[in-house]
Design a protein around this ligand. Structure first.
Ligand code: NA7
Length: 542
């Protein structure tokens, strides 16, 4: 790294990028390509963002690696060999590090630099970004690549400081791992993290108690090694695979059925669901079994019933099976679908038990374990929290971001996030968010959506330079219209009917607002492409 900040002289750059995950890394590469100087500030001790922190046993991506990877470099996609259909976390982290080294990006990434504030100065038109260590960086552009799932929801049980065993959060996992051998482990949370960890902990611990508040739907990943022949075949036509992905709702190709679940008979419906449960790839393919699962309650119930049937077939103890069955108030897929390897089967092991903490909530930790409201004690040697994140807005709100007139982003987003295209915020000129709320983000192949945003923004900054534009700001009217549109589209689906982190309802006190843009990747790309073609419609360029 060439230059350090001193109290009297902050580092001066063309752009500051916050976060060295998939988004920040590609943004740095792209800024260099157009000749802008940049530094990436990263809180962690390594690059990778989500994939740096979430190193719990069983952590895997729920999108296939051949799609959940950069497409910007043909050489890169030809030289990297994914080993499994759904890559495990260590492999994704190795890939990210490979990219950083291959493109010589490390020299502009500063680790252990947690950004605490970002303040815009109207007179100079510059952003000043400050880290926890007091270092300051100044640049016309501030790009937030802070991720959607980067602030873990802290365990809120009183008495945890008195617990004599160890405890860990899935998203803050010790670098040197955790030894479960001989231990009685309590796992709180049955979202994707808890579901992925359950079989792994059960195989190693003396006993695993899973504390479940809400049963969610999980579909087998059908994970398997990628053979040399498969890799060769994909690489021979990688461009075509990427192009096909661009035209699909989520930015990765999953065979989609264009029939309604209600226009076919029971037998055809069952056959289709079976194909997606067992067939090559499992997981999110289930969401595409019929074209109306996420918009038609009746169709959705058919999918929900199918999964419940599978749970009852798999789990031998009928009471445990019933408890694992999601209830009617949670439509299938409205809380992120879990994609598992042997999750339901794990409950047939003699060393695994399931506890319903909806009926009798956990209220405190004791020196020897966890206690529920009714006073029942669960003796434990270790507690694992898989309790999720302050999703989509947490990372940005953890930074004191101040725009025009000193207005705080935290105040502006008090009742939920407000963006134009998920990319920009009125009153915060020259600040951009990558894969922010109001864009497809978490409802799409994140790497694809990141590449779309980075490419769009890089072109925008290049156009600004060519045209002598120094200030790019979303218009309030454009932002208002976009927020209205995001909600209108969401309200046509079943998503807002459920409590999920998409809605902010996993966190006490968080506004209940649907945060991602659900119209799909092709529709979204068309809009942002038109916005740019029309001279950045909805932005004020000065
Ligand atoms: P999620 O999906 O938000 O899951 C968190 C889980 O923790 C969920 O089952 C919660 O139950 C449960 N939880 C949270 N607080 C409590 C308390 N106090 N008591 C009992 N249970 C609790 O987070 P993940 O890390 O699993 O996954 C996040 C995303 O990462 C995932 O969707 C993928 O995109 C990757 P609840 O459902 O709120 O009743």
């Amino acid at each position: 790294m060439s230059e350090n900040s001193t109290p009297s002289s902050p580092v001066r750059l063309d752009a500051i990028v916050v976060g060295a995950g998939f988004a920040g890394i590609y943004q740095l590469y792209s800024l260099r390509r157009i000749g802008l100087s940049a530094r990436v500030l990263e809180a962690g001790d390594g690059v990778g963002g989500t994939w740096y922190w979430n190193r719990y046993p069983g952590a895997r991506c729920d999108v296939e690696s051949l799609d959940y990877s950069y497409s910007f470099s043909e050489e890169l996609q030809q030289e990297w060999d994914w080993t499994e259909r759904y890559a495990p976390q260590p492999e994704i982290l190795r890939y990210i590090n490979h990219v950083v080294d291959r493109f010589d990006l490390r020299r502009d990434i500063q680790l252990n630099a947690r950004v605490t504030s970002a303040v815009y100065d109207e007179v100079s038109g510059l952003w000043t970004v400050t880290t926890g260590a007091g270092e300051r960086f100044v640049a016309p552009y501030c790009i937030m690549a802070t991720g959607c799932l980067s602030i873990p929801q802290a365990p809120q049980f009183p008495g945890l400081e008195r617990f004599q065993g160890e405890w860990h959060h899935s998203a803050n996992w010790p670098l040197d791992g955790v030894n479960f051998a001989g231990k009685r482990v309590g796992l709180i949370g049955t979202g994707s993290s808890g579901v992925q960890m359950t079989p792994e902990i059960a195989a190693r611990a003396a006993h695993l108690t899973v504390f479940q508040r809400t049963a969610n739907y999980s579909v087998p990943a059908q994970n398997e090694p990628i053979t040399a022949e498969q890799l060769k075949e994909v690489k021979a036509h990688y461009g075509a695979r990427r192009a096909r992905a661009l035209e699909t709702h989520t930015g990765h190709f999953l065979i989609a059925n264009d029939k309604s679940a209600m226009e076919v008979n029971d037998e055809e419906r069952r056959k289709e669901f079976e194909f997606r449960w067992r067939g090559a790839g499992g997981g999110f393919r289930m969401l595409r079994a019929f074209n109306d699962l996420m918009v038609n309650k009746q169709s959705n119930e058919k999918a929900a019933d199918f999964v419940r049937g599978k749970i009852r077939e798999t789990v031998k103890d009928p009471a445990t099976a019933e408890l694992l069955c999601p209830k009617d108030d949670l439509p299938f897929g409205t809380k992120r679908l879990c994609v598992d390897s042997d999750y339901y089967q794990t409950f047939n092991r003699p060393n695994v038990s399931l506890v319903d903490v909806k009926a009798d909530p956990l209220v405190e930790a004791t020196p020897t374990g966890l206690r529920t409201r009714s006073g029942k004690d669960y003796p434990l040697d270790m507690i694992v929290f898989a309790t999720g994140f302050d999703a989509m807005t947490g990372a940005l709100k953890s930074i004191d971001v101040r725009g025009v007139g000193g207005v705080s982003l935290r105040d502006k987003w008090e009742h939920g996030p407000r963006t134009y295209l998920g990319l920009a915020v009125a009153g915060f000129p020259n600040m951009f968010i990558l894969a922010g709320p109001g864009s497809p983000s978490v409802l799409s192949n994140m790497v694809h959506s990141i590449e779309l945003h980075v490419d769009w923004l890089t072109q925008c900054l290049q156009d600004a330079r060519t045209q002598g534009v120094q200030r790019i700001e979303a218009l309030q009217s454009a932002e208002d219209e976009w927020v209205r549109h995001v909600n209108e589209v969401a309200d046509r689906t079943l998503y807002p009917t459920a409590n999920s982190w998409y809605m902010g309802s996993n966190m006490p006190g968080k506004p209940r607002v649907f945060m991602p843009y659900v119209a799909g990747v092709p529709a979204y790309r068309k809009i942002v492409t038109e916005v740019a073609a029309q001279g950045y419609r909805g932005f004020e360029l000065a």
